[in-house]
Design a binder for this molecule. Structure first.
Ligand code: C5P
Length: 290
């Protein structure tokens, strides 16, 4: 028996940071959409738990979120089946595209299927929240609004998903990543958060427009702090705006950026413009909202 799950990447179309909690986490209001770009995770029974990955730069030890998710599942259900995970990595990591969290949620779905007694998405989301703030959204990946530290997931109506599905995005990622704790620390050092009431009101208006571009226009509150800490990132984005007329926005804590695009955008041309600032190993790709 070999079970397979797709683990889609995501973008944060918008991200408002609306406060800091006593536990150090930040309160968010963020619109997230899954992408056509996806890793694939398989599971088969074995005598010991293990993880193999086709990307040697991804750690396959206990620090990988797949094995952390399996451990969290086993805490909730000690009799959980034991097996071998195999990960085909397609989404860049350290990028704010949620790859590791999505892999972890796929691991929970696989173990739940293999158990023969599925707990279902609500229980899985609670287990996923132990693995990471971004993980619950990937239990049933659909366009959604994240609140709290990201673990409160409001799935958007099916009409929204249908209207957004197939919209094309350009993704661009430099050779360097951004650590999520660093990004939030840089944001925290500025104080003064957006008001939650204002963020919700702006979000309601943007969603009512039916156009994902209105949501993207709300912006990402982590972008300025991350761009200030990593000026090369901002420089590349400015160059793409000036040379190609394309407005890139940071996704999550970065380092990947994205733009909603129409036909005729050449990812190789964007890469050439970015390389002087972003380094020699820039990754660009056209993908769709799933
Ligand atoms: O939950 P996750 O492991 O993704 O979070 C990594 C770190 O990012 C947290 O330890 C915290 O420093 C920061 N973070 C935050 N507020 C959030 C999510 C993450 O401050 N909503």
């Amino acid at each position: 028996m070999v079970l397979t799950e797709r683990a889609p990447a995501k973008v944060n179309l918008s991200l408002a940071v609306v406060g800091r909690r006593p536990d150090g986490f930040h309160e968010l209001v963020s619109v997230v959409a899954p992408l056509s770009l996806a890793d694939t995770l398989t599971w088969e029974p074995a005598t010991a738990e293990s993880l193999a990955c086709d990307d040697p730069t991804v750690p396959a030890d206990g620090s990988n979120l797949v094995l952390k998710a399996a451990a969290a599942y086993r805490r909730a259900r000690p009799e959980a089946p034991v097996g071998r995970f195999t990960l085909a990595k397609r989404a860049p990591h350290g990028a704010g595209l949620g790859g590791g969290s999505s892999d972890a949620a796929a691991a929970l779905r696989l173990l739940d299927r293999a158990s023969g007694r599925p707990m279902g998405p609500d229980r899985l989301r609670a287990i996923a929240a132990e693995v990471g703030s971004d993980c619950p959204l990937f239990v049933d990946p659909r366009p959604c609004v994240l609140r709290g530290r990201g673990e409160r997931v409001e799935v958007l109506p099916a009409e929204v998903a249908a209207a957004w599905s197939g919209r094309r995005l350009l993704l661009a990622k430099p050779s360097f990543g951004v650590s999520t704790p660093d990004a939030y620390r840089w944001r925290a050092s500025r104080g003064a958060y957006a008001s939650p009431v204002a963020a919700e009101a702006a979000l309601a208006l943007a969603l009512a427009s039916g156009d994902p571009a209105s949501v993207v226009a709300l912006g990402n509150d982590l972008q300025d702090p991350v761009f200030d800490a990593l000026p090369a990132l901002r420089k590349g984005v400015e160059r793409v705006r000036d040379r190609l007329g394309l407005g890139l926005t940071l996704t999550g804590s970065g380092s990947a950026c994205f733009a909603l695009v129409g036909d005729g955008v050449d990812p190789d041309a964007v890469r050439s413009v970015l390389e002087p600032d972003w380094g020699g190993d820039v990754w660009t790709r056209l993908v769709d909202l799933a």
